[in-house]
Design a protein around this ligand. Sequence first.
Ligand code: ASC
Length: 156
Amino acid sequence: MKRLLSLTSIAAVAALAATLSAPAAAQFAKPEDAIKYRQSAFSLQGTHFGRLAGMANGRIPFDAKVAADNAAVLEVVSKLPWAAFGPGTDVGKTSALPDIWKETAKFNAGAEKMQAEVSKLAAAAKGGAITLDQLKAAVGATGATCKACHDAYKEK
Ligand code: ASC
């Protein structure tokens, strides 16, 4: 029974993973929905990364447990926006620049770099043992990947 349950969970996780990586067109009824979705995901990233950055720069009191919680949420959310940059989602109320759809490989590479830095940050923060110096370094490395894409692909 236990084994059957775990096989069921594996199937559920596999189905979820397939859904997350499916083309945006299959997931969003309208381009506006995709745009709203990715903007919501970026907003959440800004909130959770903002708390980590705030601790790193002294604006918010440093608390390793709070850092761990925010980094864990950030790691999940950092995976979300990318499926919402599908074809046809380049027009409308968006500050995403057209180059995203002209240099897809480069854009995706930047997105992957960001997710990799966020994963490192989350791994370092996990369990509430990160030091302020370690947090500063991880926030700096992650923030640089945010900025690189904003500079290249986001309207000022
Ligand atoms: C943030 C935030 C961003 C990034 C970026 C890093 O806190 O909202 O968009 O950091 O400014 O350079």
